[in-house]
Write a protein that binds this ligand. Structure first.
Ligand SMILES: Cc1ncc(COP(=O)(O)O)c(C=O)c1O
Length: 416
Protein backbone atom coordinates (compact mmCIF):
# COMPACT_ATOMS: atom_id res chain seq x y z
CA UNK A 1 0.00 0.00 0.00
CA UNK A 2 1.13 3.52 -0.71
CA UNK A 3 -0.23 6.76 0.68
CA UNK A 4 -0.33 8.17 -2.85
CA UNK A 5 -2.56 6.86 -5.63
CA UNK A 6 0.28 4.85 -7.16
CA UNK A 7 1.08 2.79 -10.18
CA UNK A 8 2.04 -0.85 -10.51
CA UNK A 9 3.17 -2.01 -13.88
CA UNK A 10 2.61 -5.27 -15.64
CA UNK A 11 0.35 -7.06 -13.15
CA UNK A 12 -1.09 -10.07 -14.89
CA UNK A 13 -4.74 -10.90 -15.32
CA UNK A 14 -6.45 -14.24 -15.07
CA UNK A 15 -9.33 -14.58 -17.49
CA UNK A 16 -12.50 -15.83 -15.87
CA UNK A 17 -14.75 -17.72 -18.25
CA UNK A 18 -18.33 -16.66 -17.67
CA UNK A 19 -21.79 -17.94 -18.50
CA UNK A 20 -23.00 -21.52 -18.35
CA UNK A 21 -21.92 -22.70 -14.92
CA UNK A 22 -24.15 -21.66 -12.02
CA UNK A 23 -21.05 -21.00 -9.86
CA UNK A 24 -19.79 -18.37 -12.28
CA UNK A 25 -21.14 -14.82 -11.73
CA UNK A 26 -23.23 -13.40 -14.57
CA UNK A 27 -21.67 -10.78 -16.81
CA UNK A 28 -22.15 -7.34 -15.24
CA UNK A 29 -23.38 -8.80 -11.95
CA UNK A 30 -22.22 -8.28 -8.35
CA UNK A 31 -18.42 -8.62 -8.19
CA UNK A 32 -18.63 -9.76 -4.55
CA UNK A 33 -16.60 -8.47 -1.59
CA UNK A 34 -13.28 -8.52 -3.49
CA UNK A 35 -14.62 -6.11 -6.10
CA UNK A 36 -12.88 -8.15 -8.79
CA UNK A 37 -14.02 -8.35 -12.40
CA UNK A 38 -11.97 -11.34 -13.54
CA UNK A 39 -8.41 -10.22 -12.88
CA UNK A 40 -9.30 -6.52 -12.70
CA UNK A 41 -10.74 -4.19 -10.07
CA UNK A 42 -10.00 -4.54 -6.35
CA UNK A 43 -9.32 -1.90 -3.72
CA UNK A 44 -5.75 -0.57 -3.90
CA UNK A 45 -5.96 2.29 -1.41
CA UNK A 46 -3.95 3.60 1.54
CA UNK A 47 -4.85 1.85 4.79
CA UNK A 48 -6.62 4.96 6.04
CA UNK A 49 -9.16 4.67 3.21
CA UNK A 50 -9.98 0.97 3.63
CA UNK A 51 -12.66 1.58 6.32
CA UNK A 52 -14.16 4.40 4.22
CA UNK A 53 -14.49 2.16 1.16
CA UNK A 54 -15.90 -0.63 3.34
CA UNK A 55 -18.44 1.80 4.81
CA UNK A 56 -19.56 2.87 1.32
CA UNK A 57 -19.82 -0.77 0.24
CA UNK A 58 -21.90 -1.76 3.29
CA UNK A 59 -24.19 1.26 2.83
CA UNK A 60 -24.64 0.54 -0.86
CA UNK A 61 -25.31 -3.17 -0.30
CA UNK A 62 -28.02 -2.37 2.23
CA UNK A 63 -29.54 0.45 0.14
CA UNK A 64 -29.57 -1.55 -3.08
CA UNK A 65 -31.77 -4.28 -1.59
CA UNK A 66 -34.07 -1.72 0.05
CA UNK A 67 -37.18 -0.99 -2.07
CA UNK A 68 -37.60 2.38 -0.30
CA UNK A 69 -34.15 3.48 -1.54
CA UNK A 70 -35.01 2.43 -5.10
CA UNK A 71 -38.33 4.28 -4.90
CA UNK A 72 -36.65 7.47 -3.76
CA UNK A 73 -33.85 7.16 -6.34
CA UNK A 74 -36.29 6.59 -9.22
CA UNK A 75 -38.72 9.22 -7.99
CA UNK A 76 -36.06 11.93 -7.91
CA UNK A 77 -34.69 10.89 -11.29
CA UNK A 78 -38.23 11.06 -12.70
CA UNK A 79 -39.58 14.27 -11.17
CA UNK A 80 -36.31 16.19 -10.90
CA UNK A 81 -33.95 14.49 -13.36
CA UNK A 82 -36.33 14.16 -16.32
CA UNK A 83 -36.24 10.38 -16.67
CA UNK A 84 -37.00 8.32 -18.62
CA UNK A 85 -34.98 9.99 -21.36
CA UNK A 86 -36.34 9.21 -24.84
CA UNK A 87 -34.87 7.11 -27.63
CA UNK A 88 -34.86 9.19 -30.82
CA UNK A 89 -34.95 7.75 -34.31
CA UNK A 90 -32.51 9.66 -36.54
CA UNK A 91 -34.03 9.64 -40.03
CA UNK A 92 -31.63 11.99 -41.79
CA UNK A 93 -28.45 10.66 -40.17
CA UNK A 94 -29.58 7.11 -40.93
CA UNK A 95 -30.08 8.01 -44.56
CA UNK A 96 -26.62 9.57 -44.72
CA UNK A 97 -24.88 6.58 -43.07
CA UNK A 98 -26.92 3.69 -44.48
CA UNK A 99 -27.60 2.23 -41.02
CA UNK A 100 -30.60 2.80 -38.76
CA UNK A 101 -29.44 5.11 -35.95
CA UNK A 102 -31.26 5.43 -32.64
CA UNK A 103 -30.06 7.81 -29.93
CA UNK A 104 -30.57 7.27 -26.20
CA UNK A 105 -30.99 10.88 -25.13
CA UNK A 106 -29.00 11.34 -21.92
CA UNK A 107 -28.38 14.88 -23.20
CA UNK A 108 -31.96 15.59 -22.15
CA UNK A 109 -31.42 14.59 -18.51
CA UNK A 110 -31.23 17.44 -15.98
CA UNK A 111 -27.81 19.13 -16.02
CA UNK A 112 -27.23 17.89 -19.58
CA UNK A 113 -25.68 14.46 -19.20
CA UNK A 114 -25.94 10.99 -17.68
CA UNK A 115 -23.81 12.10 -14.71
CA UNK A 116 -26.93 13.09 -12.73
CA UNK A 117 -28.00 9.42 -12.40
CA UNK A 118 -24.91 8.42 -10.45
CA UNK A 119 -24.81 11.60 -8.42
CA UNK A 120 -28.39 11.35 -7.17
CA UNK A 121 -27.67 7.75 -6.14
CA UNK A 122 -24.47 8.64 -4.29
CA UNK A 123 -25.95 11.75 -2.64
CA UNK A 124 -28.83 9.66 -1.27
CA UNK A 125 -26.28 7.14 -0.03
CA UNK A 126 -24.18 9.89 1.59
CA UNK A 127 -27.27 11.11 3.45
CA UNK A 128 -27.93 7.50 4.59
CA UNK A 129 -24.35 7.40 5.90
CA UNK A 130 -24.86 10.68 7.80
CA UNK A 131 -22.38 12.66 5.64
CA UNK A 132 -23.01 16.36 5.17
CA UNK A 133 -20.36 17.13 2.59
CA UNK A 134 -19.69 15.93 -0.97
CA UNK A 135 -16.38 16.15 -2.79
CA UNK A 136 -15.89 15.24 -6.44
CA UNK A 137 -13.40 15.35 -9.29
CA UNK A 138 -14.44 16.55 -12.71
CA UNK A 139 -12.98 16.68 -16.21
CA UNK A 140 -15.52 18.17 -18.58
CA UNK A 141 -17.27 19.70 -15.60
CA UNK A 142 -20.44 17.67 -16.14
CA UNK A 143 -19.88 15.44 -13.10
CA UNK A 144 -18.92 18.50 -11.07
CA UNK A 145 -22.08 20.31 -12.16
CA UNK A 146 -24.19 17.24 -11.36
CA UNK A 147 -22.58 16.91 -7.90
CA UNK A 148 -23.02 20.62 -7.18
CA UNK A 149 -26.65 20.26 -8.27
CA UNK A 150 -27.30 17.34 -5.92
CA UNK A 151 -25.56 19.20 -3.09
CA UNK A 152 -27.84 22.21 -3.68
CA UNK A 153 -30.90 19.97 -3.85
CA UNK A 154 -30.10 18.21 -0.58
CA UNK A 155 -28.51 21.19 1.24
CA UNK A 156 -24.99 19.73 1.40
CA UNK A 157 -21.57 21.38 1.22
CA UNK A 158 -19.70 20.68 -2.02
CA UNK A 159 -16.08 20.95 -3.18
CA UNK A 160 -15.09 20.01 -6.74
CA UNK A 161 -11.50 19.35 -7.86
CA UNK A 162 -10.77 20.21 -11.49
CA UNK A 163 -7.49 20.29 -13.44
CA UNK A 164 -6.41 23.82 -14.40
CA UNK A 165 -6.43 22.94 -18.10
CA UNK A 166 -10.05 21.84 -17.77
CA UNK A 167 -11.09 24.94 -15.82
CA UNK A 168 -9.95 26.93 -18.84
CA UNK A 169 -11.59 24.86 -21.59
CA UNK A 170 -14.77 24.30 -19.58
CA UNK A 171 -15.04 27.79 -18.10
CA UNK A 172 -18.82 27.85 -18.36
CA UNK A 173 -19.15 24.73 -16.21
CA UNK A 174 -16.88 26.28 -13.55
CA UNK A 175 -19.29 29.22 -13.35
CA UNK A 176 -22.28 26.84 -13.25
CA UNK A 177 -20.77 24.97 -10.29
CA UNK A 178 -20.13 28.23 -8.47
CA UNK A 179 -23.68 29.42 -9.16
CA UNK A 180 -24.89 26.15 -7.65
CA UNK A 181 -23.00 26.95 -4.46
CA UNK A 182 -19.97 24.65 -4.90
CA UNK A 183 -16.34 25.58 -4.39
CA UNK A 184 -14.19 24.69 -7.42
CA UNK A 185 -10.55 23.96 -6.54
CA UNK A 186 -8.25 24.11 -9.59
CA UNK A 187 -5.51 21.42 -9.59
CA UNK A 188 -2.12 22.53 -10.88
CA UNK A 189 -0.13 19.29 -10.50
CA UNK A 190 0.80 16.81 -13.28
CA UNK A 191 -1.05 17.18 -16.57
CA UNK A 192 -3.58 19.48 -14.80
CA UNK A 193 -6.47 17.35 -16.11
CA UNK A 194 -8.84 14.67 -14.81
CA UNK A 195 -6.16 12.25 -13.53
CA UNK A 196 -4.73 14.94 -11.29
CA UNK A 197 -8.18 16.02 -10.09
CA UNK A 198 -8.84 12.40 -8.97
CA UNK A 199 -5.49 12.37 -7.10
CA UNK A 200 -6.45 15.52 -5.20
CA UNK A 201 -9.96 14.31 -4.39
CA UNK A 202 -8.56 11.01 -3.03
CA UNK A 203 -6.03 12.94 -0.91
CA UNK A 204 -8.76 15.15 0.52
CA UNK A 205 -10.99 12.15 1.25
CA UNK A 206 -8.23 10.61 3.40
CA UNK A 207 -8.13 13.81 5.46
CA UNK A 208 -11.88 14.45 5.84
CA UNK A 209 -13.50 11.04 5.66
CA UNK A 210 -15.56 11.47 8.85
CA UNK A 211 -17.95 14.04 7.42
CA UNK A 212 -17.27 13.68 3.68
CA UNK A 213 -18.44 11.34 0.94
CA UNK A 214 -16.28 11.17 -2.18
CA UNK A 215 -18.80 11.19 -5.01
CA UNK A 216 -16.64 9.54 -7.67
CA UNK A 217 -17.84 10.29 -11.18
CA UNK A 218 -17.26 7.12 -13.16
CA UNK A 219 -16.95 3.33 -12.98
CA UNK A 220 -13.40 3.60 -11.71
CA UNK A 221 -11.48 3.83 -8.47
CA UNK A 222 -11.48 1.33 -5.60
CA UNK A 223 -14.27 -1.17 -4.90
CA UNK A 224 -17.23 -0.54 -4.56
CA UNK A 225 -17.19 2.49 -6.91
CA UNK A 226 -16.88 0.68 -10.29
CA UNK A 227 -19.76 -1.63 -9.40
CA UNK A 228 -21.89 0.94 -7.54
CA UNK A 229 -21.60 3.61 -10.25
CA UNK A 230 -22.49 1.02 -12.94
CA UNK A 231 -25.57 0.05 -10.92
CA UNK A 232 -26.65 3.70 -10.59
CA UNK A 233 -26.15 4.11 -14.37
CA UNK A 234 -27.83 0.83 -15.35
CA UNK A 235 -31.11 2.77 -15.56
CA UNK A 236 -29.90 3.97 -18.98
CA UNK A 237 -29.58 0.43 -20.35
CA UNK A 238 -32.73 -0.86 -18.68
CA UNK A 239 -34.82 1.95 -20.16
CA UNK A 240 -33.13 1.71 -23.57
CA UNK A 241 -33.68 -2.07 -23.82
CA UNK A 242 -37.42 -1.78 -23.40
CA UNK A 243 -37.64 1.38 -25.55
CA UNK A 244 -35.78 -0.40 -28.37
CA UNK A 245 -38.02 -3.43 -28.07
CA UNK A 246 -41.04 -1.19 -28.60
CA UNK A 247 -39.46 0.46 -31.62
CA UNK A 248 -38.00 -2.72 -33.11
CA UNK A 249 -40.96 -5.09 -32.72
CA UNK A 250 -39.46 -6.89 -29.77
CA UNK A 251 -35.91 -7.07 -31.15
CA UNK A 252 -32.67 -5.71 -29.71
CA UNK A 253 -30.37 -3.43 -31.75
CA UNK A 254 -27.48 -5.00 -33.67
CA UNK A 255 -24.92 -2.68 -32.12
CA UNK A 256 -24.93 -0.62 -28.91
CA UNK A 257 -22.30 2.14 -28.92
CA UNK A 258 -21.12 4.54 -26.21
CA UNK A 259 -18.10 6.73 -25.63
CA UNK A 260 -15.81 5.78 -22.75
CA UNK A 261 -13.64 7.92 -20.51
CA UNK A 262 -13.80 6.23 -17.13
CA UNK A 263 -16.61 4.28 -18.73
CA UNK A 264 -19.81 5.03 -16.76
CA UNK A 265 -22.24 5.86 -19.56
CA UNK A 266 -20.95 2.86 -21.52
CA UNK A 267 -21.28 0.57 -18.48
CA UNK A 268 -24.77 1.90 -17.81
CA UNK A 269 -26.08 1.18 -21.29
CA UNK A 270 -24.12 -2.09 -21.65
CA UNK A 271 -25.64 -3.37 -18.39
CA UNK A 272 -29.09 -3.34 -20.01
CA UNK A 273 -27.84 -5.37 -23.00
CA UNK A 274 -25.22 -7.64 -21.38
CA UNK A 275 -27.37 -10.73 -22.03
CA UNK A 276 -28.70 -9.56 -25.42
CA UNK A 277 -26.93 -12.06 -27.66
CA UNK A 278 -27.87 -10.17 -30.82
CA UNK A 279 -26.30 -6.89 -29.66
CA UNK A 280 -22.61 -6.18 -30.14
CA UNK A 281 -21.35 -3.77 -27.48
CA UNK A 282 -18.81 -1.16 -28.63
CA UNK A 283 -17.10 1.50 -26.51
CA UNK A 284 -15.29 4.37 -28.20
CA UNK A 285 -12.29 5.86 -26.43
CA UNK A 286 -10.44 9.02 -27.38
CA UNK A 287 -7.50 8.10 -29.63
CA UNK A 288 -5.20 10.01 -27.26
CA UNK A 289 -6.59 8.29 -24.17
CA UNK A 290 -7.28 4.79 -25.44
CA UNK A 291 -6.50 2.78 -22.32
CA UNK A 292 -7.96 -0.44 -23.68
CA UNK A 293 -6.68 -0.18 -27.22
CA UNK A 294 -3.18 0.98 -26.23
CA UNK A 295 -2.74 0.40 -22.50
CA UNK A 296 -1.46 -2.39 -20.28
CA UNK A 297 -2.67 -3.58 -16.87
CA UNK A 298 -1.54 -1.70 -13.79
CA UNK A 299 -2.84 0.08 -10.70
CA UNK A 300 -4.00 3.69 -10.55
CA UNK A 301 -6.57 5.50 -8.42
CA UNK A 302 -7.26 2.42 -6.33
CA UNK A 303 -8.09 0.03 -9.18
CA UNK A 304 -6.29 -2.59 -11.23
CA UNK A 305 -7.18 -1.90 -14.83
CA UNK A 306 -5.88 -1.07 -18.29
CA UNK A 307 -3.74 2.07 -18.23
CA UNK A 308 -1.55 4.09 -20.54
CA UNK A 309 1.97 3.63 -19.13
CA UNK A 310 5.54 3.90 -20.27
CA UNK A 311 8.19 1.17 -20.01
CA UNK A 312 8.97 2.15 -16.42
CA UNK A 313 5.31 1.95 -15.39
CA UNK A 314 4.85 5.70 -15.26
CA UNK A 315 1.39 6.87 -16.27
CA UNK A 316 1.37 8.58 -19.65
CA UNK A 317 -0.61 11.73 -20.15
CA UNK A 318 -3.76 11.32 -22.17
CA UNK A 319 -4.65 13.93 -24.73
CA UNK A 320 -8.08 14.56 -26.17
CA UNK A 321 -10.19 17.40 -27.51
CA UNK A 322 -12.79 16.38 -24.94
CA UNK A 323 -12.02 16.98 -21.27
CA UNK A 324 -14.28 14.10 -20.20
CA UNK A 325 -12.25 11.48 -22.12
CA UNK A 326 -8.85 12.95 -21.30
CA UNK A 327 -7.97 10.13 -18.89
CA UNK A 328 -5.20 7.51 -19.15
CA UNK A 329 -7.29 4.68 -17.67
CA UNK A 330 -10.69 3.05 -17.90
CA UNK A 331 -12.88 1.30 -15.35
CA UNK A 332 -11.84 -2.28 -14.47
CA UNK A 333 -15.07 -3.91 -15.59
CA UNK A 334 -14.38 -2.66 -19.11
CA UNK A 335 -10.96 -4.34 -19.04
CA UNK A 336 -12.79 -7.52 -18.06
CA UNK A 337 -15.47 -7.17 -20.75
CA UNK A 338 -12.71 -6.67 -23.32
CA UNK A 339 -10.87 -9.73 -22.05
CA UNK A 340 -14.07 -11.79 -22.28
CA UNK A 341 -14.75 -10.47 -25.76
CA UNK A 342 -18.22 -9.32 -24.66
CA UNK A 343 -17.48 -5.70 -25.58
CA UNK A 344 -15.19 -4.20 -28.19
CA UNK A 345 -13.04 -1.12 -27.62
CA UNK A 346 -12.20 1.21 -30.48
CA UNK A 347 -10.99 4.80 -30.76
CA UNK A 348 -11.86 8.04 -32.57
CA UNK A 349 -9.41 10.89 -33.11
CA UNK A 350 -10.04 14.60 -32.57
CA UNK A 351 -10.58 15.40 -36.27
CA UNK A 352 -13.19 12.64 -36.64
CA UNK A 353 -14.88 13.88 -33.47
CA UNK A 354 -15.09 17.47 -34.74
CA UNK A 355 -16.69 16.20 -37.97
CA UNK A 356 -19.16 14.07 -36.01
CA UNK A 357 -20.04 17.01 -33.74
CA UNK A 358 -21.07 19.00 -36.82
CA UNK A 359 -22.66 16.02 -38.58
CA UNK A 360 -25.19 15.39 -35.80
CA UNK A 361 -25.96 19.10 -35.48
CA UNK A 362 -26.52 19.44 -39.24
CA UNK A 363 -28.53 16.28 -39.84
CA UNK A 364 -30.59 16.01 -36.65
CA UNK A 365 -30.58 19.42 -34.96
CA UNK A 366 -28.81 17.94 -31.92
CA UNK A 367 -25.46 19.34 -30.74
CA UNK A 368 -23.71 16.50 -28.90
CA UNK A 369 -21.12 16.77 -26.14
CA UNK A 370 -17.62 16.27 -27.58
CA UNK A 371 -17.43 13.09 -25.49
CA UNK A 372 -20.60 11.67 -27.06
CA UNK A 373 -19.41 12.78 -30.51
CA UNK A 374 -16.76 10.01 -30.23
CA UNK A 375 -19.54 7.42 -30.46
CA UNK A 376 -21.08 9.20 -33.45
CA UNK A 377 -17.64 9.43 -35.10
CA UNK A 378 -17.01 5.69 -34.85
CA UNK A 379 -20.47 4.84 -36.19
CA UNK A 380 -19.94 7.26 -39.11
CA UNK A 381 -16.57 5.65 -39.91
CA UNK A 382 -17.74 2.05 -39.47
CA UNK A 383 -21.09 2.26 -41.27
CA UNK A 384 -21.15 0.18 -44.42
CA UNK A 385 -17.95 -1.61 -43.33
CA UNK A 386 -17.64 -3.01 -39.79
CA UNK A 387 -21.33 -2.15 -39.33
CA UNK A 388 -23.11 -3.72 -42.30
CA UNK A 389 -25.58 -1.47 -44.15
CA UNK A 390 -29.10 -1.82 -42.82
CA UNK A 391 -27.98 -2.64 -39.25
CA UNK A 392 -29.71 -1.00 -36.30
CA UNK A 393 -27.32 0.98 -34.10
CA UNK A 394 -28.21 2.39 -30.70
CA UNK A 395 -25.88 5.22 -29.66
CA UNK A 396 -25.81 6.50 -26.11
CA UNK A 397 -25.81 10.28 -26.48
CA UNK A 398 -24.23 10.81 -23.08
CA UNK A 399 -24.50 14.60 -23.02
CA UNK A 400 -25.31 17.82 -24.82
CA UNK A 401 -22.76 20.07 -26.44
CA UNK A 402 -23.61 23.49 -25.01
CA UNK A 403 -20.49 23.33 -22.83
CA UNK A 404 -18.34 22.67 -25.92
CA UNK A 405 -19.70 25.19 -28.38
CA UNK A 406 -17.20 27.97 -27.55
CA UNK A 407 -14.25 25.53 -27.73
CA UNK A 408 -15.38 24.14 -31.08
CA UNK A 409 -16.03 27.64 -32.43
CA UNK A 410 -12.46 28.65 -31.57
CA UNK A 411 -11.01 25.51 -33.16
CA UNK A 412 -13.06 25.85 -36.33
CA UNK A 413 -12.15 29.53 -36.60
CA UNK A 414 -8.47 28.65 -36.12
CA UNK A 415 -8.11 30.31 -32.71
CA UNK A 416 -7.18 27.24 -30.65
C1 LIG B 1 -21.15 14.11 -21.65
C2 LIG B 1 -20.11 13.18 -21.16
N1 LIG B 1 -20.02 11.95 -21.69
C3 LIG B 1 -19.09 11.06 -21.28
C4 LIG B 1 -18.17 11.39 -20.30
C5 LIG B 1 -17.14 10.39 -19.92
O1 LIG B 1 -17.42 9.75 -18.71
P1 LIG B 1 -17.86 8.25 -18.65
O2 LIG B 1 -16.92 7.47 -19.50
O3 LIG B 1 -17.75 7.91 -17.22
O4 LIG B 1 -19.26 8.15 -19.15
C6 LIG B 1 -18.22 12.65 -19.70
C7 LIG B 1 -17.27 13.03 -18.65
O5 LIG B 1 -17.18 14.12 -18.19
C8 LIG B 1 -19.22 13.57 -20.14
O6 LIG B 1 -19.30 14.80 -19.62
Amino acid sequence: MTTEPGVTKGATTSPTPEGGSPSVPPIMGDPGPSGRFGGFGGRFVPESLVPACAEVEAAFRSAWVDPAFHDEFRNILHHYGGRPTPVTECARLSQELGVRVLLKREDLAHTGSHKINNVIGQALLAIRMGKKRLIAETGAGQHGVATATAAALFGMECVVYMGEVDTERQELNVFRMELLGAEVRPVSSGSRTLKDAVNEALREWVASVGETHYCLGSVMGPHPFPWMVREFQRIIGDEARSQCRELLDGADPDVVVACAGGGSNAAGIFAGFADATRSELVAVEAAGGAALSMGIPGVLHGMHSALLQDEAGQILEASSISAGLDYPGIGPEHAHLAELGRARYVAADDAEVLDAFQLLARTEGIIPALESAHAIAWVAAASGAEIPSGSTVLINLSGRGDKDVAQVRDILRGRA
